[in-house]
Design a protein around this ligand. Structure first.
Ligand SMILES: NC(=O)c1ccc[n+]([C@@H]2O[C@H](COP(=O)([O-])OP(=O)(O)OC[C@H]3O[C@@H](n4cnc5c(N)ncnc54)[C@H](O)[C@@H]3O)[C@@H](O)[C@H]2O)c1
Length: 273
């Protein structure tokens, strides 16, 4: 451990269970000396095991539905009180599509479901930043990170409306990041993570297929949740102070590949059968 986050305070959204990327990140941040408040939707709290993580990391939990500005106001003000000062880092690790959950095809979305999924997965990032900005809750050289997926740039048919939500999320990171940088010297980035076996990840139809495909395509193999936590810690640290408005691929090289020998070999084997 490097004490990279010693003295830094933060808010971590989205730890549901031990597979969650936010869970692994909370553990890594704790190891690096950071202190934080954990938050999740009230309903997720009943389903998940977040209490275990809180006691392990000496953290308090403040429930908040990330679509509710009132909940977010309460969360931000309480967090500053609990942590004893302004915030240095925020992780937005939230995603949910009602269309995916209910098995609606992309070509025949239920638009009420679409609006709900967009609010949870994408607009919530704007809401979080808007509340932080309004209350001047971030310290100078603070860092805000949201997690995204490459379906924002390329077609992954079963990712459904989450592809559009991620495109919106990445755009919000740039647009809000400008104002946060200009006014408060705070950086805002998204990390575009490999397919990862979590509750949200495995909820996508055909997950096993595109997990295996991405792994065979990437020269370094898929990035794990643990490795994503490491990368996020680096973005929260003072070693990346001038990195902002970026969508950063954390995917073993997948995003720049055309085809790999391993994928081609598998494809040719199937052809000859
Ligand atoms: N798993 C993957 O393959 C993968 C790949 C790239 C990016 N991501 C992104 O990583 C992030 C974290 O997902 P994960 O894979 O760790 O899965 P996860 O299911 O463990 O986490 C998703 C979290 O979103 C929370 N959430 C849902 N609705 C909410 C609301 N209204 N308010 C507050 N929180 C709410 C859930 O309770 C849960 O904790 C998501 O943004 C996801 O899209 C995941």
């Amino acid at each position: 451990m490097y004490n990279l986050l010693k003295g830094k305070r933060g808010i971590i959204f989205g730890a549901l269970d031990a597979n969650s990327i936010a869970w692994k990140t909370a553990e890594r941040v704790h190891e690096e000396g950071g202190t934080f408040v954990l938050t999740n939707a009230p309903i997720a709290m009943r389903m998940g095991t977040i209490g275990e993580l809180a006691s392990k990391t000496g953290s308090q939990i403040v429930p908040a539905d990330a679509t509710s500005v009132d909940d977010l106001e309460n969360l931000v003000l309480k967090s500053m009180e609990i942590l004893g000062g302004k915030i240095d880092f925020v992780l937005h690790s939230i995603g949910m599509s009602v269309n995916v959950r209910k098995g609606m095809h992309y070509t025949a979305e239920n638009y009420d479901f679409t609006a709900k999924g967009w609010d949870v997965s994408a607009l919530s990032f704007h809401k979080v930043m808007s509340v932080l900005y309004k209350h001047q809750a971030m310290n100078e050289w603070g860092s805000i990170v949201a997690l995204t997926y490459m379906a924002a740039q390329r077609v992954f048919p079963d990712y459904n409306d989450m592809a559009d939500n991620k495109a919106y999320l990445e755009s919000v990171a740039r647009s809000f990041g400008y104002f946060f940088g200009r006014d408060y010297k705070v950086r805002v980035n998204t990390i575009s993570q490999s397919p990862t076996p979590t509750t949200a990840g495995t909820g996508v139809k055909g997950f096993d297929g595109f997990f295996a495909y991405a792994d065979k395509m990437s020269p370094l193999g898929n990035a794990t949740a643990q490795e994503c936590a490491d990368y996020t810690v680096s973005l929260f640290s003072d070693l990346t102070k001038k990195v902002t408005l970026q969508n950063l691929y954390h995917d073993g090289g997948f995003s720049n590949m055309g085809v790999s020998n391993m994928v081609m070999d598998t494809f040719m084997e199937n052809q000859s059968e």
